[in-house]
Design a protein. Sequence first.
Lengths: 424, 271
Amino acid sequence: MRFYSVWLLAVCLVLACAGAQYSYAGEVDILVQKLVEKGILTPGEAQQIITETKEEVRKEVAQGKSYSLPQWVQNTKLKGDLRLRFQNKHEKAANDYSKDTNIGRVRVRLGLESKVNEKLLAGIGIATGSGDPRSTNISFGGYSSKKTVVLDYAYAKYAALPWLDLVGGKMLLKDVLWEPTDLIWDTDITPEGAALQFRKGLGEKADFFMNTGVLAVDTDTSSDNDAPMAYIIQPGIGYKLNDDVSLKGAFSFQAFDNVKSHTSSTYSSASNSGNSVKGTSSYMYDYSMINPALEVKIKQPFRMAGSNIETLKLFSEYVENLDVSKKASGFSAGFQFGHDKVSKWGDWQFKYIYAMLGRDAVLDVLPDSDRYGGKTAIRSHEGAFTFGLGKNTSFGIDVYRSERIGMAAKAPETLVQVDWNMKF
Amino acid sequence: MRNLISRLWVIVLIMLGMVAPCYAEKIVIEGSTTVLPIAQRAAEVFMDSNPAADISVRGGGSGVGIASLIDGTCDIADASRPIKDSELEKAASNGRSPKANVVAMDGICVVVNTANAVNGLTRKQVKDIYTGKISNWKEAGGSDSKIVVISRDSSSGTFEAFGELVLKGEKARPDALLQASNQAVVSAVSRTPGAIGYAGLGYLTFSVKAIDIDGVKPSKESVLTGSYGIGRPLFMYTDGKPKGAVKNFIDFVLSERGQRLVEEEGFVGLK
């Protein structure tokens, strides 16, 4: 009898595949109910068959839609964003001279990610910019001149094993390192070289990860035959204390070798306003940095007080350059609360970060370019508010109040950025 | 420094090579927090009788589990809702074929104090009580007494299911008394004459009265047949028809023993 019922259902499934999908789902319901009434199936088995059959039919419809697209379209994702910005910078020098600069800027990024095969992914992105590794903004002006677009990233990612990815090329920063703030690395930087990403679950509550990478920093020059290279290793752990509280922590060692005596980048602030230099533009030191970092995420942190605030994040990181003994450390600490993601009307987020960087704590082509122009020897407060204007569009205001430390003059600077963001 | 780093790289590569064999036959389960207790309990019992099995179970929510199945980072996606069309399309374009495996039903009873004269409500009335539109039992066919609303804390799967099936996304009244477990809800309702609460069918005791919803009594059969309105299937999605270690585990969950575990966790078993 059981065999008969299974056979009957199998016949019906074949009919469903033949095309009469929607009407068939209802017929299966009736048939299965009859089998329940006759005691051939239990109500539980009936529920299982009805639900699973409906799901199978829905899947076939969805696959039909998906398969109707050309294969290369199915394997390729296109993404991008547009940001319009008004920026005011108020600078104050030692003699009380002050200066205000107002500019309009635009940032456009367009990227595609294509699955070459089951294990290999290729990503290519272009963006507005002038080549500055820390910025894809382009300023309005130049009598409405046409603006330049540059290659932002181009990488290949190979999923060698379920727990190991190999990445090479001009990569996304997240494929090389995890960082809770932009104390050391501006998030716009796309490092060049190769990286390994390792991850392993440690029971139901913890995950272990390790990022390692070898990066090209600059090429040889005629006066200096050893090209500066960076070597990175970052083991870390994610741990879920309970449904509401989770932690993520990592300890990285980042060695920038052969930087000493190498000519500084045109995009760095070296000379007398950034890292220590020999002569006018050669770095005085190498940069072997240790960097512990921690982030705590709490869901609905103020529930007890009747507040519906979705998420609170607390984060901090520290950096010390082991190759230098003075002015060689820095740290950041801050918090973010509001919605986890700003994706629709009414979603909001507020973030505050305090950051301090000694003059030779990090290589000065790396830190956030908005924090005192990306220089070292600074301390800074940053407050940022983002408000969702609709699906995939938001308004943001970001204020930095920064000043020099360990310099003759503090030369404070206030930077206000008002943004309209659109993602597509 | 460069030599040191080169050696570190070699060590890292050796470590990665050493841990590679450990991954044979490992099952990663991820997804719905509602299904999590079933998956955890079944994994524990399954591993006890199959010492070679290595099952890792994580929560994260149905969407997270399904996304991981589509990305190939988990073997089984726990879900308290059917997969969405957009997820099916994404899966198809990623070369995955999610197969729904119904492993249990989630049935939620609405309970009142045994002294309460009300024997049944419509789902709309229950919604109105929980959202504050009805605050006195006389507005719902009972005596003139204030309704004390008892709910679950927002981290529970039962809260999530009740919100979806009854409240339809609206929020419960802010003065609802929140309880940390199904047993605590039943206990609070049994002690409070004007109280209303909800709990999984498996937690029902004689200390409270389970009321009819839209004229249907809550029972294992009415949940399984779908005639009782506050019920939903719970899924373990696999990529295609389950095979190997994954099939063994799903078969275990659907076995008599596995379904007993489902009922012990307060859900409705299919057997």
